[in-house]
Design a protein around this ligand. Structure first.
Ligand code: NOJ
Length: 555
């Protein structure tokens, strides 16, 4: 680790200081929806640059940018046509380099998304593969197979796409050819063949391309998916997703062959100072340590909190497990409450346990939602996530307690999940609605024109402008919490779980700071000590009871 202060963001002089990512507050920027400088309705790099003072003021240590590469945007940019070009809707590679330097000037590190499982069907490799035909070297970079059944008219395996329907598409435009190609996601996202040495070499080069331009880290998309079964075994009765069970020898998720890839990536990163990579791996918790070995990922997203019910027992177990897992391999835990793929937690926490979050926006009943309760719990959960040791990933708009816009009309939906699920799931657009910066204007300060997804009227009072300087607002709560975390909580990684009752999530950190959350239905005794922060603005410093759905930090 470099120990000299440098132009790469905040850097400690202390040779014993932990690497920056172990304690970072990382702010996820969904660029398309963050700030639109040119008024075309899509967020862009120039818009983000204009808002860097906001992020610096919020106190975040790093940003993570969703893919900004040239892309048809069939899957929000996770369909990459050129990994070395910025999509012109977002800006240019030169602007990206300027942005990275400006972030560093503000003391903010930059993590970019890298998407190694698939390319866009508009990538030059895929174009070449389609043209070159069966058996060609060009096709061997992807997974092309003949079909099964009469005339090869059925997919080669029973593998489903994550977005619904089969994971194979036949080249309909080429009837003489008839091969099928694999896409674990949308048909516009053909899976790369990681048995091909050229694929390895290409990604090493892409990593270096962005490292040379100053990025501090990579968020690795679908890190658990790159390696496929060598003879394409059927799924049969194995679960299509592996997070629910410890599954070995799954034909496309979490295969042991992945780890050699990440070891080689790690050696590329280690040629540079102070860089990191974080895995997006939707796997069973017991498998995380494999990805976090000292010569692989620096950290991995832990998604259990993002799926957790509002229950002290469940959240307590997740915290215990995540801290122990990370410690067992010398990594650090990560905490995520929301991201661009899930229902925003200010809404999720306002729905009763057991509601199917994927289909609820279509099926309802919609009167199950208690939006006020959701927001109250979201504020309480934020203080938990910011008090825990490790890195905390915030999704843009978390700090405003933005709700899921679950009632977007079908005609504006853009997520392929909507069509591929046969209109049974609206997909992820409801958490991707552009940020409200001001209380009025054509897109509430997002840009000068209508945004690519419409904002609900309720976003006006949740805007940055509306919440700034209001001491009771969620934005000011985040600002205070991040500042206190920086002051009191980053010097060590110790956490002691406290038993204050079955409905209470409580733990103590090194500086004597205790975080106490009442997750039950009745008030509990107020914890003793100096009240540093409360998620409930109405809670008096002299209160004798801690109401339900509130977190306090006391010392
Ligand atoms: C995970 C990303 O977070 C999601 O948005 C994307 O659709 C899939 N990977 C496929 O790239």
């Amino acid at each position: 680790m470099s120990t000299t202060p440098n132009a790469r963001g905040t850097q400690s002089d202390d040779p014993d200081a932990a690497p920056w990512w172990r304690r970072a507050v990382v702010y996820q920027v969904y660029l398309r929806s963050f700030a639109d400088a040119n008024g075309d309705g899509t967020g862009d790099i120039a818009g983000l640059r204009s808002r860097l003072p906001y992020l610096a003021d919020l106190g975040v240590d790093a940003i993570w940018l969703n893919p900004w590469y040239a892309s048809p945007l069939r899957d929000g940019g996770y369909d990459v046509a050129d990994f070395r070009e910025i999509d012109p809707r977002f800006g240019s590679t030169a602007e990206a380099v300027e942005l990275i330097a400006e972030c560093h000037d503000h003391g903010i590190r930059v993590i970019v998304d890298i998407v190694p499982n698939h390319t866009s069907s508009e990538h030059e490799w895929f174009h070449a593969a389609v043209i070159a035909g069966p058996g060609s070297a060009e096709r061997s970079r992807y997974h092309f197979l003949p079909g099964r059944g009469p005339g090869g008219s059925e997919p080669p395996t029973d593998w489903p796409s994550v977005f619904g329907g089969p994971a194979w598409t036949r080249l309909n435009d080429h009837p003489d050819d008839g091969e099928w190609y694999l896409h674990l996601f949308d048909p516009s996202q053909p899976d790369l063949n990681w048995d091909h040495p050229g694929v390895h070499a290409e990604f090493h080069d892409i990593l270096r391309f962005w490292l040379d331009r100053g990025v501090d880290g990579f968020r690795v998309d679908v890190a658990h998916g790159l390696v496929k079964h060598p003879t394409y075994a059927d799924l049969d009765d194995r679960p299509p997703h592996v997070q629910a069970a410890t599954v070995h020898d799954h034909p496309f998720w979490d295969r042991d062959g992945l780890h050699d890839i990440y070891r080689s990536w790690r050696s590329v990163l280690d040629e540079y100072d102070d860089r990191m990579m974080v895995a997006e791996a939707t796997i069973h918790a017991s498998r995380y340590p494999l990805y976090l070995r000292p010569d692989e990922f620096h950290q991995a997203f832990d998604f259990d909190l993002l799926r957790a019910e509002w229950s002290a027992k469940d959240v307590g177990e997740i915290v215990h497990r995540a801290v122990a897992t990370a410690a067992s391999v010398g990594s650090n835990p990560t905490w995520v409450l929301s991201n661009h793929d899930v229902m925003r937690h200010a809404t999720r926490f306002g729905l009763p346990h057991g509601v199917d979050l994927a289909t609820w926006s279509v099926t309802g009943p919609h009167d199950l939602l208690d939006a006020g309760l959701g927001r109250r719990r979201a504020r309480a959960a934020a203080l938990v996530a910011l008090a825990l040791p490790g890195s905390t990933y915030l999704y843009q708009g978390d700090e405003l307690a933005l709700p899921e816009v679950w009632d977007l009309p079908p005609e504006v939906l853009d997520d392929p999940v909507w069509t591929r699920s046969g209109h049974t799931e609206k997909g992820r657009d409801g958490c991707r609605v552009p940020m409200p910066w001001s209380a009025d204007g054509p897109s509430l300060g997002f840009g000068d024109g209508p945004p690519w997804l419409p904002q609900p009227a309720s976003f006006a009072e949740l805007s940055v402008e509306s919440q700034t300087a209001d001491p009771d607002s969620t934005l000011e709560l985040y600002r205070r919490a991040i500042a206190l975390r920086r002051e009191l909580l980053v010097d060590d990684e110790q956490v002691a779980e406290l038993d204050l009752g079955a409905d209470v999530l409580a733990f103590e950190r090194g500086a004597g700071l205790r975080s106490v959350t009442n997750m039950g239905a009745s008030p509990i005794a107020m914890p003793t000590g100096e009240l540093l922060l409360s998620s409930d603005p109405a809670l008096a410093a002299t209160a004798v009871e801690l109401p339900p759905d509130v977190t306090v930090w006391v010392r």
